[in-house]
Design a binder for this molecule. Structure first.
Ligand code: GLU
Length: 396
């Protein structure tokens, strides 16, 4: 008796694995500061909690919801995407799922045949490649470098396209780098995509945490509506990670494929979570903006603190809540029984000796880097970076 090859060969999610490790150490009484999981440290705004409570009290939301989501929620999402993002989606283009993660899985399973290639802009969020693997597609990576804020270019994309390329996927603002693609960069990418007739999966889950002043959706660019899937959700902008509500806006044929997939796997997204999401998307965005303002202050603080550590090379992110510093200057060094040969070694060294959890860049496609989430209190960030600095100084 054994597991399928599919699951045996599948990597565990590195972000969730690090979070579990930090939790385990904490439960043993170790004072761990967790900067591994990309999760807002704020509570879901009160009015959204009230929306969920009201839905329970109403007593009308206990049965299976429609597979693609409640009609009014899908309408509200389409409306938001029209008004805020300039994408003319209708209700039929929207599918609500159990987090943007399931949305992405639905899309991949709906589009990718075994052997199809999906180009992933790297550094990338851990689960993109895992889901492509599950579909038996082939993940092809194009790598951004720190000198270009880790952003892969339209030229690199053009060079990576083959007759087997089905789709591309990237996030902007980006997890793990915090970079934001400009309108010009997205336009150049869109031109390549149109020329080669491929599909774009645009992960915009960090839309509301963007310090550039404007969020550009690639689906809104000329000629892109019919070939783009816009992925978004409520976790990051509304501090609703545990509610698990994500969604896509997509051409109807893809939306239908995703609903078909979802109908066989989860039936639909949780009814009460959908009612909370409806409150969020039709409600006041002030709490969302306040959280983003706070992340910006923390970004500036962390940037200053990281730049004060000799050997750590960090660029200034323009969105999301991550730093992705290059730490390769420490490779080849050691302290007591710890030999640091790569970012994964460094990550474990920092966790075990400084009690700060981070995630190795290897999980995101860049083994020279570490990911640090600054969705944590100022006090914890200061203490965590003080500890990291101390631990790094011991390496020689
Ligand atoms: N997206 C978050 C992160 O990257 C949540 C964890 C996950 O689902 O990977 O940390």
């Amino acid at each position: 008796m054994n597991l399928s090859d599919r699951i045996s060969n599948l990597e565990e999610s590195a972000t969730l694995a690090m979070a579990a490790k930090a939790r385990e150490l904490k439960s043993k009484g170790v004072d761990v500061i967790s900067l591994s999981l990309g999760e807002p440290d704020f509570k879901t705004p009160k009015h959204i909690q009230e929306g969920a409570k009201a839905a329970i009290d109403e007593g009308a939301y206990f049965a299976y919801p429609p597979v693609a989501g409640y009609q009014d929620l899908r309408e509200a999402i389409a409306n938001k995407l029209n008004i805020e993002n300039g994408i003319p989606y209708k209700t039929e283009n929207i599918v609500v799922s159990n987090g943007a993660k399931q949305s992405i899985a639905n899309v991949m399973y709906s589009l990718v045949n075994p052997g199809d290639e999906v180009i992933i802009f790297s550094p990338y969020w851990v689960s993109y490649s895992a889901v492509v693997e599950l579909t038996e597609g082939k993940a092809v990576f194009i790598n951004g470098t720190i000198d270009n804020e880790f952003k892969a270019t339209a030229k690199q994309l053009e060079e990576a396209i083959t007759s087997k390329t089905k789709a591309i996927i990237f996030s902007s603002p980006c997890n793990p780098t915090g970079s934001v693609f400009t309108k010009e960069e997205l336009t150049a990418i869109a031109d390549v995509v149109k020329k080669h007739d491929i599909i774009v999966i645009a992960d915009e889950i960090y839309e509301h945490i963007n310090y550039t002043g404007s969020h550009v959706s690639i689906a809104a660019l000329p000629g892109m509506f019919d070939r783009t899937v816009t992925v978004n959700g409520f976790a990051k902008g509304f501090a609703m990670t545990g509610w698990r509500v994500g969604y896509i806006g997509a051409p109807t044929w893809i939306a239908k494929g995703c609903a078909k997939m979802q109908g066989q796997i989860t039936s639909a997204n949780c009814s009460i979570a959908q009612r909370a999401a409806l409150t969020a998307i039709t409600g006041d965005l002030t709490p969302t903006k306040e959280m983003a303002d706070e992340y910006l202050k923390r970004r500036d603080l962390v940037y200053e603190l990281l730049n004060d550590i000799v050997g750590v090379k960090a660029n200034l992110p323009t969105g999301a809540f991550y730093f992705f510093p290059d730490v390769s200057a420490f490779f080849g060094k050691s302290f007591e029984s710890y030999d640091i040969n790569n970012a994964s070694d460094l990550c474990m060294y920092i966790l075990e000796t400084a009690h700060v959890s981070l995630v190795t860049g290897a999980a995101f496609g860049d083994p020279n880097c570490l990911r640090l989430s600054y969705a944590a209190s100022t006090e914890n960030l200061k203490e965590a970076i003080r500890r990291i600095k101390e631990a790094l100084a011991k390496l020689s």
